[in-house]
Design a protein. Structure first.
Length: 189
């Protein structure tokens, strides 16, 4: 896994061995950032279920002002910190080693995010729990784009009931990215 573009372009990132994390492939990461890149510069980015930190690091490399990485696996967090140091992006990063829901509670009132990316373990309903929280959170404003990486079969039909709306969906071979904003928005990223 490598950084695709920006100040840390082409640098190889470390990942954890085994199946504890599921790094987003370079090709899928490139597609994701091609979609959001016009709005990434100077943004504040939240990377939930961070794994090895590849998505948040890509955001920082492409000009995000700040990124917050949330991961409850201490070995994965150590990997994120190594990758941040290696890419020289640590000064614009904040790491939180705890459960995602606990991190959201802690961040409430401190930050407002332009992008919230989450890549939870597939098919456990964790994305729904986070979206339910974010639907009424001060971490999100009308222009925040929430991006969920999920299995292809994950159902998002409930988001309208949360006051959110799916603005775009990019389907890949085995998974997808679902782009969500507060309801009533017309623009995509």
């Amino acid at each position: 896994m490598r950084v695709i573009a920006g100040s840390a372009r082409s640098l190889r990132l470390k990942t954890l061995d085994g199946m504890d994390t599921r790094p987003t492939t370079d090709r899928i990461k490139e597609t994701l950032f091609n979609i959001i890149s016009p709005s990434i510069f100077d943004s504040i980015f939240l990377d939930l279920f961070s794994g090895s930190g590849g998505i948040g690091i890509e955001a920082l490399s492409r000009g995000a002002k700040e990124a917050v990485f949330v991961e409850n696996n201490p070995k994965a967090m150590a990997c994120i910190k190594e990758n941040l140091k290696f890419t020289r992006l640590a000064s614009r990063a904040m790491t939180v080693t705890t459960d995602v829901m606990d991190a959201l509670y802690r961040l409430e009132g401190d930050k407002i995010f332009d992008f919230i990316f989450m890549d939870p373990p597939y098919d456990r309903g964790l994305e729904r729990k986070v979206l339910e929280y974010l639907s009424d959170s001060r971490l999100v404003y009308e222009d925040t784009v929430i991006i969920v990486e999920a299995s292809r079969d994950t159902d998002f039909s409930y988001v309208d009931d949360l006051g959110l709306t799916v603005i775009r969906e990019k389907v890949y071979k085995t998974n997808k990215h679902v782009f969500i904003e507060k309801a009533g928005k017309e623009e995509i990223c």
